[in-house]
Write a new protein. Structure first.
Length: 219
């Protein structure tokens, strides 16, 4: 086994251990209320890591990121950009679903800063193991976790920023913001969002073919 293969195997093992550990995490109240944690998935050492806010209802039930309505919108963008989901590492800043009950429905609530702060070490460990060349922050919660400061998404979107470690972070909207937006402006908002994401295309297109070392499910 080569040094690179050993490195990939080690990172894959550690990420799977972390996935199980986040499931048991009670550093904030969210873990006790969610069905399960939703950890990241994708190739170890993917060049591009996409970070969202938190799991939604469907993600909470199935244990995978970006598979609900916002995830389907993200998949549509991936297809239009000529990217491939299986060459991206997808994760969230917060690993458990925060919601409020309205009758029998679980309605998404934005994580509080203390909840994002409690999850930050999990995200930082993911980044350290995956070692992406660059990251895409979808929404304010993700951007603040990655950049360590409050981010005005609407004025800072569509350009690269730098985190404390010198990594490039592209800030843009979370796809759920487009779903909540004015339907009359949705086409324009969609095109602008694609233009934001397209700034990362050069990094994605340099990505190596997917290896067998990929975190797609809990082991």
């Amino acid at each position: 086994m080569s040094a690179r293969e050993r490195d990939l195997k080690y990172a894959t093992t550690k990420l799977r251990e972390m996935s199980r550990a986040t499931d048991a995490c009670r550093e904030c109240p969210l873990g006790a209320l969610a069905t399960q944690s939703v950890f990241g998935e994708g190739p170890v050492h993917a060049r591009l890591m996409v970070v969202g806010e938190q799991p939604g209802d469907k993600e909470d039930l199935e244990g995978r990121p970006f598979i609900g309505p916002a995830g389907r919108m993200f998949d549509r963008a991936v297809a239009e950009l000529g990217w491939s989901r299986d060459r991206l590492y997808l994760t969230n800043a917060v690993k458990h679903f925060k919601y409020e009950l309205r009758g029998k429905r679980r309605i998404h609530k934005t994580p509080a800063q203390r909840e994002a702060d409690a999850c930050l070490h999990w995200l930082e460990s993911e980044i350290a193991l995956v070692r992406p060349v660059a990251l895409v922050a979808l929404g304010g919660v993700a951007a603040r976790s990655l950049l360590g400061r409050r981010v005005a998404v609407m004025s800072e979107r569509g350009r690269w920023h730098e985190d404390e470690a010198g990594r490039r972070v592209l800030v843009t909207l979370h796809p759920s913001a487009l779903l909540r937006g004015d339907p009359a402006q949705r086409d324009e908002a969609w095109q602008q969002w694609l233009e934001d994401l397209a700034l990362a295309s050069a990094i994605f297109k340099k990505a190596a073919p997917r290896t067998k070392h990929s975190l797609m499910e809990r082991a």
